[in-house]
Design a protein around this ligand. Sequence first.
Ligand SMILES: NC(=O)c1ccc[n+]([C@@H]2O[C@H](COP(=O)([O-])OP(=O)(O)OC[C@H]3O[C@@H](n4cnc5c(N)ncnc54)[C@H](O)[C@@H]3O)[C@@H](O)[C@H]2O)c1
Length: 466
Amino acid sequence: MRISIFGLGYVGCVGAACLAKLGHTVIGVDVNENKVRLINDGKPTIIEDGIAELCAEASAAGRMSATTDVHEAVHKTDVSFIVVGTPSSKEGHLNLNYIYAVAKQIGEALKDKELKNEAKKTLRHIVAIRSTVLPGTNEKVGEIIAEASGLVRGKDFTIVCNPEFLREGTSVQDYFNPPLTLVGTDMPEAEVVFREIYKGIDAEFICTDIRVAEMMKYVNNTYHALKIVFGNEVGNICKELNIDSHKVMEIFCKDKQLNISPYYFKPGFAYGGSCLPKDMKALKTLAHDHYVDVPVIEAIGESNELQKKRAVQLIMAQGKRKVGILGLSFKAGTDDLRCSPIVDVVESLLGKGFEIRIYDKNVKVSELTGTNKDFIMAKIPHLQHFVSDDLEVVCRESDVLVVTNKEKEFADLLARYPNKIVVDLVRQWKEVDYNGHYEGISWGDVNANSVGQNSVIAKDFCQTEF
Ligand SMILES: NC(=O)c1ccc[n+]([C@@H]2O[C@H](COP(=O)([O-])OP(=O)(O)OC[C@H]3O[C@@H](n4cnc5c(N)ncnc54)[C@H](O)[C@@H]3O)[C@@H](O)[C@H]2O)c1
């Protein structure tokens, strides 16, 4: 494959040398003449384990060169990677000026490149954004290239998102052993080309929506940062208690079922129950008692409260007063109401004058005992007035149905009550028709494609109180 790489910094240099190693012919492009000279001399522009050998080898084999001439690079290649820097602005926004400048240059160079040739139909130029960019950048880059070239995206050229997951220090090793290869595209032939580009790399190849791919790097890096500060906060508490923090985290990581696993990673409703809220508070208070600041651990509870407020706001935003709550306990298959997050939502809605009906096949008000009874009576003293053991009655008498757990008996609700508004807090349904009758708490209609479509929630969010 013939590939041009725009930006010969850290990621660009490693990418150029590694793609050449995979057998491709690479032309690097940079505004910095010194970097161009280094590459043409068979030398890397950065210091990194193994990169000098790769550059020398690629250069000697005639598979890697560099230029400042955008036109030449675009015309001699089929795929252009954009790997220029995306620094933070003073205010913390992402500065995409370098990306947009390169997009314009590529567009101008594409203008007179022969793209209409029938034989080249499957090889129309592909521009791959490898830099870390926010969702929506791909679309904007497409517009810039279309405007600068007069060509049509999807017909004459294609843009894909192909984020980079390497770490400085082990970047060559990471390039050849990535956790996965991710390509976001709306064009099937781009997937074929990228499978070819990375066919020498033994990693799962995932082809997905462009905006999903754009989001991934931010989710990854934010999670990595969260892991670091979480481990540090646990360590700081352990130190005060003379507990071996490394042993603690080592054992923590051995639990691949609940800790290092996909479990608990599904966007949805707040956590609750008799353990998580209590134990979170206990650890936080233990830290306070030892004068250890744990802002991340503290923020977990705050974030959880916000998710309950979000649910209230989402229900209120439907503009109806009769609300049916389907599931009151903290999860399916139990009658445990202690710290059940939906109880706080119900308490808040009752306070705002909503007409509430509740169905939960496991909750029999007359049979509640002990701390379970004490908790619910303190929150909703007249619970028996709102609860019905007839699902059909609750659904019929409500305009909005709030699904709070994945009980099987709720599975056909959308079909049975097509005119009711369903607010789904648990992703009971994956494939739904977003026809104005369905709202997911943390997911929406991906085809609507308008950022902030739920702004009705965001706008009133701060005003919601329990
Ligand atoms: N450094 C990392 O570990 C890492 C890992 C993964 C992803 N990323 C992302 O990759 C992107 C690049 O990061 P980096 O660390 O390689 O940046 P860098 O600053 O080291 O390199 C950017 C290069 O782009 C060049 N450049 C700027 N404008 C140009 C133009 N118009 N034409 C051609 N070249 C131009 C610069 O001269 C520079 O050499 C960023 O979005 C970054 O967030 C970085």
